[in-house]
Design a protein around this ligand. Structure first.
Ligand code: C2E
Ligand code: CA
Ligand code: CA
Length: 419
């Protein structure tokens, strides 16, 4: 579409974007991108102008830290003015702070549809805009998946069939004896123009599109094929974890697809763990419970990812049959020098164990963290200290290096090395 026809569409549908950001360069970048998506966009750099224009915009991209007013006060002012626009919070603040700002906004009936974390790359912004262009007003409604922009969908389709999505695997070790027990598959996009993209830059885009399931099945198939090869080369008999979007759990035949993929490579279902992040509340809890239960009946393992920061984690723990709890790395990474984080993590570990779940800590970066996790009864560790995410060959090399180190240590009658 030409620029002129894009603008025409924007005018015809009257979809306007107001960018509120005191950094003119960043604001302009958001304006340009919004225009590319067919919006009529402009920016203001101070709060007074923002307040004056907010009610007229369909969408507001709101920087939470404007000079002279903090984000909560800004949201309160928008609510008081009866603003009905869809709001995207833009901020470099910690995710938990943004989450609470989001709750503040919701409590005041503001329609916060998304969050854009600074610093962001153009593709993050594209993901948000593509969601805005097509997404139903409530974020997280999995029943009506947004279609996304045609260009982006074609890009993803080509990437799936062209093998542009590749996987790294990050090792996990059991804390009691430091043995290698698992791998988590983490996707990367080898984009022909943009280079190697981390999942945060495209997963929201993929998951918000109608290609979420084809993508998920392709990644599971690819992960299982790799597990087969790694097992053959290294003798590994442990598990593999894959990340799936919440929409998989409202797809009735998801378990059948997964079981068929396992059968294809002749891997026992008990070696597969499905990691689910509780970012959005399912619109159909009965169906998702049905699906989770079926997976469990077939011995596929279920893990609740990023536990400790979600909204409904405790409730979900009660109702769904999870085998494993992965503690959010926010609670682990800085534990060494933060006693209150350690206290929280310790009670989360105790909770998981009391529910007979395997407790996995991710984001383990230091030996001190590893020792502390061992002492509090955490079961499994994952993180840069244990092993970086590696490609298939890298995992095999990592395993060989460990085996060699273990042999040396045994010879020296010492403890096995950590990596
Ligand atoms: P996650 O599932 O929580 O994955 C852990 C992330 O933490 C990975 O980032 C990993 O590289 C990183 N990490 C591992 N150890 C450490 C550490 O010691 N310190 C720090 N600072 N970071 C560590 P990555 O690969 O960028 O993945 C980001 C997220 O993208 C994942 O978070 C997951 O939610 C999502 N994701 C990745 N692959 C897939 C996929 O195939 N499908 C879906 N739906 N989501 C995926
Ligand atoms: Ca995960
Ligand atoms: Ca996680």
């Amino acid at each position: 579409m030409t620029n002129a026809s894009l603008k025409q569409t924007a005018r015809a549908t009257k979809r306007t974007v107001l960018v509120v950001d005191d950094e003119p360069g960043i604001a302009q970048m958001m304006v340009d991108a919004a225009e590319d998506f067919g919006f009529e966009a402009h920016a203001v750099h101070d709060w007074r102008s923002a307040e004056a224009e907010a009610a007229d915009a369909d969408v507001i991209l709101l920087d939470l830290m404007m000079p002279g007013i903090d984000g909560v006060a800004a949201l309160r002012a928008l609510a008081a003015a009866g603003v009905k626009s869809r709001i995207v919070l833009v901020s470099g603040l910690d995710r938990r702070v943004i989450d609470s700002a989001r709750r503040v906004a919701r409590m005041q009936n503001l329609d916060v549809v998304d969050v854009l974390r600074k610093p962001f790359r153009p593709i993050d912004l594209m993901a948000v805009l593509s969601g805005l262009a097509e997404r139903p007003r409530e974020l997280g409604k999995v029943s009506a998946p947004p279609t996304g922009s045609a260009v982006v969908l074609d890009d993803i389709r080509r990437a799936i069939s062209g093998g542009e999505f590749v996987l790294d695997f990050q090792p996990q070790v059991r804390l009691s004896d430091r043995s290698w027990v698992g791998l988590e598959a983490l996707v990367r996009w080898n984009h022909p123009q943009k280079g190697r993209l981390r999942p945060d830059m495209f997963i929201p885009l993929v998951e918000g599109s109608e290609l979420a399931l084809p993508f998920t099945y392709a990644m599971i198939a690819q992960s299982l094929a790799a597990l087969r090869k790694i097992s053959e080369r290294t003798g590994f008999s442990g598990g593999l974890a894959v990340n799936v979007p919440p929409s998989a759990l409202t797809t009735a035949d998801f378990p059948d697809h997964v079981l068929a993929l396992l059968a294809e490579v002749d891997i026992e279902p008990s070696r597969l763990t499905i990691e689910i992040t509780e970012t959005s509340i399912s619109t159909d809890p009965t169906l998702s419970l049905d699906i989770q239960t079926r997976l469990r009946l077939h011995e596929v393992r279920l893990s609740i990812d990023d536990f400790g920061t979600g909204h409904s984690s405790l409730e979900r723990l009660h109702e769904a049959p999870f085998d494993e709890m992965k503690i959010d790395m926010v609670l682990i990474r800085n534990a060494d020098h933060d006693a209150s984080l350690r206290k929280i993590a310790e009670s989360v570990v105790a909770l998981g164990r009391s529910l007979s779940m395997t407790v996995v800590a991710e984001g383990v970066e230091s030996a001190a963290t590893l020792d502390w996790l061992t002492s509090i009864g955490c079961d499994v560790a994952q993180g840069y200290l244990v092993g970086m995410p590696l490609n298939l060959d890298g995992v095999c090399d990592w395993a060989a290096a460990r085996a060699a180190a273990d042999a040396d240590a045994e010879a020296a009658d010492d403890f096995p090395a950590d990596r």
